[in-house]
Design a protein around this ligand. Structure first.
Ligand code: ARG
Ligand code: ZN
Length: 880
């Protein structure tokens, strides 16, 4: 059974399923190259299907890919050959009964499944990934989320696989006559096939319990290979915090008696919310102070929460079809972001999320794969697990929260869960629940779901001293995107505050409020505030209240003032970013003109003031001192000149490093306390500023600074400090020194997969160290595996997505290299190939020379033979 030819699927063609599956019983007899899968399905005609009574009962369509069909029986009798037909992508059956028991036996080969979709092997352990359409690689089935069924799963495996897991509760176990192990799991909650999971291996686990708000005890288990058993504590703590938070903030209680997490090394994404049996990429769940950085600790907390929250926003209430993916993903990302904000620094979490949005989602919105939060068509759904669906989708939910207010939002989510529990629903159902619970009108707001592209918001202000009025005029405009020429005005909530000349927040109305949300609904709209007794400085789009590009003509002095005085921490940071971006842009212009680069004095003043601000959260200070990435700079301008971007950024960094060296040093020493590692917000903040200072210090290239890094590296207190020191030495130290430190680090950590992955990434993303030659060497390093997505992302992704300087070398060799890797990967793992090609997709935005080179690399991929549907969609859309 082969894949179907790539073709476009449209939301408008959605039809309810012809048949439902009330019960699904699966039997797995596990063998690496010949696993037998027997399914018993209780099939029933869907009363809600679109009916054509003349034609009799329709054929039953079952999806299936890479399956060897062994037998089909209906109500106990073998189905004659003329009653079924194997087609591309599945199986069509003519049964002519409204209800029947269907039994199918298939054979699959997990060992040769390198796509990491369906059932596969990772380090000798069996695991599954079914979302979105992986279940069809396990058995013939209506593999669509609106077919929900109660699953019972029996697994039979040799005794070398003592742990056999699936969804729900373990109801039976024993030994077969020939001494193999047999376990049966039953999941009482009806679920779509994409939430099915199976794990079999020689695993250890840590266990804990959680008492729910109604007093039920839930067993929590985290499974991993024996060598990683010491890295489970943080994920377990995060899980318990998530469970409590969802009860407190959303009133959601866990529903089964057991919740399991399994760590696997080979995984395409971060993790998967399979009912009662979450499967995680090892890098997103395993951590210890010695091996994981603060960033990893926080990522783990967020992803554990994300997957747990899916139990309600995703599993209990699921998606009707994959066009509705953001229904569960956007909502769940919003939920996990609020959780992380509550557990850590709210402002810093917001800054990180907005940075990702501005860097990568805005770029996606402006590129060939641009699509709305609810797309209306796709070729390969795996390509739509995007920043737009996840991150912009979360922004859309956040805006509903802002527009309605926290209490009303909670009433809406309560109604949504109550009304749709056990159902497969749409984004529209979510919005309607929000409206119905609050008598609200979100009619115009709905456009956020079907309009692609990033809106641009131009703002002007006018102060009338005589009448003490202050007027803000907004003009919104969304640029055209592929397939969407005309855009309508959106409902944009804009949170605003005003600052007086002494830095105080001004009262905006009689009730003395210091912040207001303006509801922009027209293309051009003005809002006037009264009783404003001095010309104010506006703080606009506070907390990034809408995912737009806001343009207001601030002077440098005004930005410096906002950096010092804005009460909105996010906007304080944003003022700093605006100043940095503007400075970097001017320097790019000077560079292109061949002029002498001007010292960035305003920025230096700003940074100096920020560094001296000892009451500010050090994590916020670290964020303010971090220049926009090259990727973000590229997103800002109209045409990308990679060389100018790199030159401007390097110049600003080293100038600041030199000018503020003694300030960085003072702050570094003040923050450099010896204490036991804890991943608390406070300690993480302290380390982040300390290491930001260290990087600037090393950027001077001065021996004393590098000695400091060397000492921090040697102290080896925790991985956050060790890897920050190593990264600084690699980036700014002499080549020989870098090589030697990298080698000794590898020597020490070669047994640890997660550390080796970051060791790879550190080298290939280093502007000074990660040349193409070095990256090629890494590909032939014994620890590199093309079949392991984490290693591919570290080495190839690190180079193509995080090493702007080397990837964009003027000879175009970076592009050719990426094309070669994408072609090689497509045969192994189409999802990874199609993601990795992203840096090539935006060729039209580059200067002519690069554009031509990148386009050439894309064409070479297109002509390299038969592409997977995944890669075909991205490459063909990029070339049109
Ligand atoms: N639902 C998962 C999550 O966001 C994502 C899994 C999708 N995996 C994939 N290979 N498409 O939590
Ligand atoms: Zn998710």
């Amino acid at each position: 059974m082969k894949n179907a030819q790539p073709h476009t699927i449209y939301l408008k063609d959605y039809q309810a399923p012809d048949y439902l599956i009330d019960r699904t019983e699966l039997l797995f007899d596990l063998k690496p190259n010949a696993t037998l899968v027997t399914s018993r399905l209780l099939v029933r005609r869907n009363p809600d299907a679109v009916k054509d009574d003349e034609a009799g009962l329709p054929a039953l369509w079952l999806d299936g890919i890479d399956l060897e069909l062994l037998s089909i029986a209906v109500d106990g009798a073998l189905l004659p050959a003329q009653r079924f037909r194997e087609e591309a992508g599945g199986l069509s059956l003519t049964v002519d009964k409204p209800e029947f028991l269907l039994e199918i036996q298939t054979r699959i080969a997990p060992e040769s499944n390198t796509s990491l979709e369906g059932l596969y092997l990772s380090n000798g352990m069996y695991c599954t990934q079914c979302e979105a359409e992986g279940f069809r690689k396990i058995t013939f089935y209506p593999d669509r989320p609106d077919v929900m069924s109660v699953f019972t799963t029996t697994i039979v495996a040799p005794a070398t696989y003592p742990v056999l897991l699936s969804n729900g509760n373990k109801v039976d176990s024993g030994t077969t006559e020939d001494g193999r192990l047999r376990v049966t799991w039953e999941d009482p909650f009806a679920k779509p096939s994409y939430l099915f999971a199976l794990v079999a291996g020689d695993l250890q686990y840590v266990e804990d319990t959680f008492t729910t708000c109604s007093g039920r005890n839930v067993k929590l288990q985290l499974f991993t290979e024996a060598r990683n058993i010491g890295k489970c504590a943080h994920a377990m703590t995060s899980l318990k915090r998530s469970m409590r938070w969802d009860e407190e903030v959303y009133g959601r209680e866990y529903d089964l008696d057991i919740f399991m997490i399994v760590a696997v090394d080979h995984f395409n994404m971060g993790a998967m919310e399979n009912k009662g049996l979450n499967i995680f990429n090892s890098a997103c769940v395993l951590a210890s102070p010695e091996t994981a950085t603060d960033t990893a600790f926080q990522r783990i907390e967020a992803i554990v929460a994300h997957e747990y929250f899916h139990n309600w926003s995703g599993n209990r209430v699921t998606c009707r079809d994959w066009f509705q993916l953001s229904l569960k993903e956007g909502f769940t990302v919003f939920r996990d972001a609020e959780f992380s904000a509550d557990m850590n620094s709210r402002a810093v979490k917001r800054i990180e999320d907005v940075t990702l949005l501005r860097t990568a989602q805005f770029a996606e919105d402006a590129g060939p794969m641009s699509h709305p939060v609810r797309p209306d068509s796709y070729m390969e759904i795996s390509n739509f697990y995007t920043l737009t669906i996840y991150e912009k989708g979360a922004e859309v939910v956040r805006m509903i929260h802002t527009i309605l207010g926290a209490e009303a939002f909670r009433r809406g989510s309560d109604l949504y869960f109550e009304r749709h529990d056990g159902c497969a629903v749409t984004c529209e159902d979510f919005v309607v629940a929000m409206e119905d619970a609050n008598n609200a009108d979100l009619k115009q707001f709905r456009r956020w779901y079907d309009q692609a592209g990033t809106p641009v918001l131009d703002v002007q202000d006018e102060y009338d001293a005589e009448n003490a009025t202050y007027t803000l005029t907004f003009h919104q405009h969304t640029p055209a995107t592929p397939g969407q020429e005309e855009k309508l005005p959106l409902h944009i909530p804009v949170a605003v505050g005003l600052l007086g000349a002494n830095g105080d927040a001004l009262a905006l109305d009689e009730s003395d409020s210091k912040e207001k949300v303006f509801h922009l609904t027209e293309a051009t709209q003005s809002f006037t505030l009264h009783g404003i007794n001095e010309r104010p400085l506006p703080s606009l789009l506070r907390g990034f209240s809408a995912p737009v590009k806001l343009r207001f003509d601030y002077s440098n002095t005004q930005l410096l003032f906002l950096m010092q005085h804005d009460t909105d921490a996010f906007n304080r940071w944003d003022a700093c970013q605006r100043l940095a971006l503007r400075t970097l842009e001017q320097l790019q212009t000077q560079y292109r003109a061949g002029d002498v680069l001007e010292s960035p004095t305003a920025l230096i003043d700003g940074f100096s003031a920020v560094l001296g601000h000892t009451e500010l959260d050090p994590a916020l200070v670290a964020k303010m001192l971090t220049l926009p990435s090259a990727q973000e700079m590229a997103e800002q301008g109209s045409e990308i000149d990679a060389e100018a971007i790199v030159a401007a950024r390097e110049f600003v960094r080293s100038t600041i490093a030199g000018a503020l060296k003694s300030r960085f040093l003072t702050r570094y020493h003040a923050l450099d306390e010896r204490k036991a590692y804890q991943p608390t917000a406070e300690d993480i903040a302290q380390r982040s500023l300390k290491n930001t200072c260290l990087a600037y210090l090393c950027n001077t290239g001065d021996e004393d600074a590098l000695t400091l890094a060397q000492a921090q590296f040697e102290r080896g207190e925790n991985m956050t400090d060790v890897s920050a020191a190593l990264a600084a030495l690699v980036e700014y130290g002499a080549e020989g020194v870098a090589e030697e430190r990298l080698a000794s680090f590898y020597q020490q950590w070669q047994h640890d997969t997660q550390v080796v992955e970051s060791w790879f990434g550190m080298q290939s993303s280093s502007a000074s160290f990660g040349s193409l030659g070095r990256v090629r060497q890494l590909l032939s390093h014994p620890a590199f595996e093309l079949k392991n997505p984490n290693k591919v992302r570290a080495v190839i992704g690190g180079f193509a997505m995080r090493n702007f300087k080397q990837f964009h070398r003027e000879d175009g060799s970076g592009y050719e290299f990426l094309a070669d890797q994408v072609i090689a990967l497509d045969g192994l793992n189409p999802q990874i190939a199609s993601r990795l090609v992203t840096p090539l997709t935006r060729w039209k935005k580059y200067r002519a020379r690069e554009a031509e080179q990148i386009q050439g690399a894309l064409k070479r991929i297109a002509d390299s033979g038969e592409l997977s549907p995944d890669l075909y969609e991205v490459v063909s859309k990029s070339l049109t």
